[in-house]
Design a protein around this ligand. Sequence first.
Ligand SMILES: Cc1cc2nc3c(=O)[nH]c(=O)nc-3n(C[C@H](O)[C@H](O)[C@H](O)COP(=O)(O)OP(=O)(O)OC[C@H]3O[C@@H](n4cnc5c(N)ncnc54)[C@H](O)[C@@H]3O)c2cc1C
Length: 384
Amino acid sequence: MNVYLSKNQCCGCTACYSICPKNAIQMQGDEKGFLYPTVDENLCVKCQMCVKVCDFQGTEEVNHLDIKDNLIYAVKHKDIDERLTSRSGGTFMAICQYVLDKKGVVYGAAFDENLKVVHKRAEDKKTVNEFKGSKYVQSEMGDTFFNVKKDLNDGKVVLFSGTGCQTAGLKSYLKKQNTDTRNLILCDIVCHGVPSPLVYEKYLDYLSKKYNSKITQFNFRDKYFGWSAHIESFLAKKKRFSDLYTDLFYKHIMFRPACSECKYANFNRPSDITLADFWGIDKAVENFNDNKGVSLIIINTEKGEKIFNDISKSLDYKKSNKKDCLQPNLEHPSIFSDSTEDFWIDFNQKGIEYVMKKYGSLNFKSQLKFKIKVLLYKYHLRGM
Ligand SMILES: Cc1cc2nc3c(=O)[nH]c(=O)nc-3n(C[C@H](O)[C@H](O)[C@H](O)COP(=O)(O)OP(=O)(O)OC[C@H]3O[C@@H](n4cnc5c(N)ncnc54)[C@H](O)[C@@H]3O)c2cc1C
């Protein structure tokens, strides 16, 4: 039994794994570190539920409001602490607060105790805070879809946040399970593509060896030097900065294969509210950018519109439009590097350090440039 035709056709959302009535599907990692469904033929009854639930391979479902210009906003959370600790404008935290006030449950991507990125369930602000910040790696879903269904069946308000493919997968799963989704709020992010959890894991090992220390915190994009800077940071005895992982991320060389055929890299979103960084804000809205983060929010449904109206008192916002907020991943999937195939062969045979040297910025010139960049940022910060 094949759940997917080719790896380009499986986003790993876990809808098939979650729906199988015989628990015949397991999510197993491949040599690149991405999880794929594998079927135990001894348990499979060929009901085809796993194939039917797949939104990524299925027919496109258009079920959103016709996006009008006035449903796109540039947003900043009024609470500066919320904004500084979030990736962009902190809008997601305002939506979380709306749900917590209703004694609801939030699902989002967080670190586990080994810094692996996994989807977690939260019922309090302390746990919700773990969802802050973008983790540029595919999050492991575990039994999230199943737990969301249970919470909805228990009558709870549920907010799920994730990539477009995870959100679409959950939506399809709940529909096939005839779950009442009136209390469900879906929030997706504009997504560049999800990097490999195995590359990330090996990178943490590399850092740990280099600094002879366990890495106890990792920030994929630290706002320390401002919203526009893309610098990762980590704790290894002390706080340190790097660009090695970031560089591979922007090379488009370690994404999940299906990201090259992403169906959600457009305005036809599978969620109530879509969140992103508002790149191009200076042109779109004058005097709004203070380099502390501005969210782009795209409201896709009437439910999303109602929530936005409810939370708007905690936000500073300006209307925008499709043209001004446009960015590559709202137009098309990321285009993979021509070296992607070679990268994976080298990664599997020669390891992380080798690929960072060959394809990334682990070389004298790039690292010198990076050090100068950090020094300039530090100098600039001191002068402020
Ligand atoms: C892999 C990835 C690629 C991205 N690509 C782009 C892009 O091309 N353009 C752009 O404008 N924005 C992109 N973003 C989104 C952006 O960086 C911010 O997450 C978004 O603006 C929300 O910011 P915030 O301040 O409102 O919320 P934050 O408080 O920063 O909230 C983060 C939200 O993102 C979710 N999240 C974080 N990491 C993951 C993950 N690994 N998988 C699933 N969900 C996750 C959390 O559950 C939470 O909902 C990307 C994010 C990720 C994780």
